[in-house]
Design a protein around this ligand. Structure first.
Ligand code: TXA
Ligand code: MG
Length: 347
């Protein structure tokens, strides 16, 4: 398949280009588009055959459900069986934005979208190109992150091109993503609203509106014998080719530990990498050292994380040691993605 790359001005998307891509979606094609979180791989969410193309292009397991993206709140009515009483308040505060809500699905949504579940994930993204694309397509757009399954989510068109070129009809290049981690997924289908994936909207933000909101216990640790609510959470994720380890402790201990581990691994012929911060980058003695940004600015760390993981792959690094971060605010999403990238290996 030949993939067309469409460069678009994210601030003022050219209407003719967006309409062209929307038409491809309407006709059952696949279009990668930018959002404020990460790039999404979209298809008409009401067209079973089109949605199947998403799973095929990504190599995604069929039991891992997709998010439906809509451009207006009222489009939700035909997609859900019942409207949770809290929905309007949450939508007023956080939509458009990096929050995905899980609700009971209506019958018009094909099973392939929800991986057979009777719930559906829905979000209104905060990105002009995404909103216009959905609007012109006139249908809900099913879209997972536009990476090959298991790879770090794409935060630039370059990442998408390296994973999906030749596997989708169109890639819209709208520059770099703002948040850099995916949306927060909040399950409203249960008695207690539960965060099943942390993201751009933090638990601290949500608590102001839903005081009872809780975190699913799988977010930072592996829980044996319990099935995660979000099917996506059972798969290896965000993994670069290199083996990743997270190193914990106070700053000096972490730096010493990482220097020692790097030296040991270098001696046995491994190509090592260090995921550092602006505050510590000069103190690492061995290997390829990349910074995630200013440690006191977790938004910056979040927006660089997936790009840095991909950079290590480009360098052909075998083993990466990463510093760890506070789990406050968006730090929880950063640590959740890092821990998954590391396959829960924290030392
Ligand atoms: O920021 C984002 O959310 C991006 C952009 C493109 O919108 N999309 C994204 O989609 O990250 P994806 O498919 O990579 O992640 C969706 C997550 C998966 O972990 C999936 O298992 C979960 O949401 N999910 C989807 N539907 C669900 C449902 N009905 N119940 C529980 N979890 C669900
Ligand atoms: Mg994903």
């Amino acid at each position: 398949m030949k993939t067309e790359i469409l460069k678009i001005d994210s601030l003022k998307p050219e209407t003719d280009k967006v309409k062209y891509a929307a038409n491809v979606l309407k006709n059952g094609g696949t279009v990668v588009f930018p959002t404020e979180t990460v790039y999404g791989l979209g298809a008409n969410g009401l067209d079973e055959m089109a949605v199947k193309k998403i799973f095929q292009a990504k190599g995604r397991p069929s039991d891992n459900p997709l998010i439906l993206h809509i451009s207006r709140m009222e489009d939700i009515n035909k997609l859900v069986r019942e409207i949770p009483p809290i929905l309007n308040t949450i939508a007023d505060c956080f939509w458009p934005g990096p929050l995905t809500l899980i609700m009971k699905k209506s019958d018009i949504i094909p099973k392939v979208v929800t991986g057979g579940l009777d719930t559906v994930a829905i979000r209104v993204p905060r990105h002009n190109t995404a909103l216009q694309l959905i609007h012109f397509a006139g249908v809900p757009i099913a879209a997972p992150s536009a990476n090959l399954s298991g790879r770090p989510s794409p935060t630039s068109a370059e990442h998408v091109i390296s994973d999906l070129s030749g596997r989708v009809d169109i890639i819209i290049d709208g520059g770099c993503s703002q948040f850099g981690v995916e949306s927060t997924v909040l399950d409203l289908s249960k008695d207690i609203p539960t965060i099943v994936r942390p993201g751009g909207i933090t638990i601290e933000d949500l608590e102001k509106v839903i005081p009872t909101v809780k975190l699913d216990e799988h977010l930072l640790k592996k829980v044996e014998g319990i099935t995660p609510i979000s099917p996506g959470m059972k798969y290896t994720h965000y993994s670069p080719n290199a083996e990743v380890f997270i190193v914990e402790g106070d700053a000096n201990t972490v730096i010493d530990k990482i220097n020692k581990l790097c030296l040991e691994n270098k001696k046995i012929g491994k190509k090592v990498g260090v995921m550092a911060t602006n505050q510590t980058i000069d103190r690492y003695l061995y290997g390829q050292v990349l910074t995630l940004g200013d440690r006191t600015n977790l938004d910056e760390i979040a927006s660089n994380l997936f790009n840095v993981l991909r950079e290590f792959d480009k360098m052909g690094v075998d083993i990466v040691f990463s510093e760890s971060f506070e789990t406050e605010g968006i730090g929880l999403a950063v640590m959740n993605r890092l821990i998954k990238a590391a396959g829960y290996k924290v030392i």
